[in-house]
Design a protein around this ligand. Sequence first.
Ligand SMILES: [Zn+2]
Length: 816
Amino acid sequence: MRRSGAPSQGGYRPPAFKVPRPEGAPVLTPRAGPTTNVPSSNPPTPDLKSNEGERHFSAIWCKCSARKHKKWEDDALLIVRAAQRLAILKDTSGKELARGSGLSIPELANLNTGNSITFGGREIEILEEMTGTACDKGIQRDEIVPRDESDAALPFHRPKVISSTVFKPFTVPTRFGTTFQPMGNKENSRISIFNKDSQDALVMPRPPFDFKRQCDEIVDVVVDPHLSKHLRPHQRQGVSFLYRCIMGFQDPTCHGAILADEMGLGKTLQTISLIWTLMKQGPFAGKPVIKRTLILAPSSLVKNWEGEFQKWLGRERIETFAVDGSNRVHEAFKRARLPVLIMSYEMFNKSFEDIQRFLQFDLIVCDEGHRLKNDKIKASTFLAQVDCDRRIVLTGTPIQNDLKEFYAIMCVVNPNVVGTSKTFTSKFEDPIVKSKQPEATEEQRQIGQSALEVLTDLTNRFILRRTQDIISKYLPSKTEFVLFCRPSAIQIRMYQNALHSLGSSYLVDSSCVLGSIQKLRKICNHPSMCDIAPELEEDMANLTFEEQGSKLALVSHLLYNLRTLGSEKIVIVSISTQVLDLMGELCTHYDYPFLRLDGSTSTNQRQVVVNRFNDRLGKDFVLLLSSKAGGTGLNLIGASRILLYDMDWNPAHDIQAMARVWRDGQKRPVLVYRLATSGTIEEKIFQRQITKQGLGGGLMDGKSTQFHFSQTDLKDLFSFQPNVDCETHELLDCDCDGSGNNVGSEPRVKSEVELRDCQIGEAIDPTTIDDKGIKGLLQWQHLLPPIGLLGDQALADIPVISYALKNEFNQTIASA
Ligand SMILES: [Zn+2]
């Protein structure tokens, strides 16, 4: 990225910027020197080449209907070629079901987990992007053993195969009434393996008094101190809760639990502690409760689980077997010892028949279990057939908001608790939904309320959810900066041109809306990502990358400052791979060692990248992270700073990204930088994030075929104020002087938690900003550089910053 005028290595001085001022004086002076590298020779845009950039997703589909609750038909594979505006839906045997052509490029390019897309009369919901090996193989089943015909006729009602002729490595008594063989050394079996009287011992609850005991010899179960010394109080409580559920101490007919803690609270560690405890111990004569555990996870997290086991227990204590590309599922069947088997949902679906035939499990853990929210999903139907009633669903998503989905997940863990689907509908769902309607009578309201209370009471015994508030006192502080910068002169011209050519056509024809938004966002990200009009080409060629795009300039300064200050690492997140390409060039140009993790990083490679980045002694300074690839589960505490280059319509995605760094285990204060170009679409997205309007909900759900903007919304989105320092601050009606002293002048805005239909119990999902509305920003510090002291040396002397909003997270909690 050697631009004319851009200094090379060594004595980099931040370029002297002149951000366009209202007077409109021409500001970006052309530089002398060669102008060969015009930005049009920039990184090739991968998704604009034919088959390059083809993406594969596992998905479920149903026929299009207006019903709120879709009747999903089957699992499927979705192949997307954004550049060709093409999407193909295939069934699990590879047969083409539908084909959509002429689809919107931005819509296709932005597809992600949870999004829906409609074509060919089908609505398709995306479960997960398939990468690397999973993708190469497609999701064709039958690869292992040809399916026999009788099975093919009845794919979902196959009797449980427990053939006595088939090799069974061992049979664990899991049912009541089974007589346990006494342990070899009966003397020792009466004593707990770990000292229950030591100071920090975590002792599991004993069976309740009326519990039907398998033998009279009760031994206290004590969690291995090697693990319990790492457990936070809420995690100790969580392990104990899981234990009570899995042992049937809560209800002897149920052995399932849902751990729905918010991300970052250590669901994995709690689960590992439970598995390890049950594998080695049990309350009845000390006999271990489980021998074999199956862990199902999204393919991107399979390696992560294996890594977590090793991290907490070490290779020598426990043997895990992760089924990934190089580790075929066949090998699992041959193993005599297989205490923990980890595989993806896709692999589970694909090899289900063999798993049923060869393996028996005593505990099943379903990570990211909200994907089982529909009983028509193949994994759900298969799980219903597995003979193992000890089950744990892990999810960071509140699952109680939609009763149908909630029912489906309850069925995975404790099918008996809430009865059949019909009973559930008549007893709970109908009365509760009716009572929430505006026209509900007083009687309906009361009936609904009592149904809700009964249901809450029934299910709360098996569901545990804690929010991040619980650990914020263990976490270092988090300071969030929203940094506004004015568009460069060239960005202003491009933005105005784009709006000019759009005219007001969007008011009559909404088909151009998404494409136009995408274009404006690209201009804000960096002009080099767009087609350059001939009259601008010469000006572009005379500018450095930093002079062309102000957000890039900001990043360039920030990295320079950080590098000068010391060894702190930073994660740079973007939705766009083009942005990551450009950041990569920037790092290369200035000799900053960097790593990159995006959708094309294979599952194996991800863990390598994460470990290398988190290595304290490692040299890598920057991690470039695609927000699509880094959604959940990634632990990047090697960095204490994270920069979000662009904003997502859905605030939850940005919050997830921040939680990669600000999470349990982080020891240093965390700084979050979020960038927005003043007066542009980026500010509008930010404002919608915090007011949670999300464009009428349509776009946020990815259901772009159904979105409906109001005309006011559209006019606002396509308005442009090239001369403001921060439009959002103007919207606040705040008359502060930008010195940061506004805080405390207004009464605190108490968060009003929004209740959805069918909400059970308390509304959950508190996030840093989105439930306070835009007035919540009055509680942030408003800083107009250079009057305000940003309080972060890394932000010193960055002239492109025109305004900053700053919030210190732990302080907010303390004063709330
Ligand atoms: Zn203010």
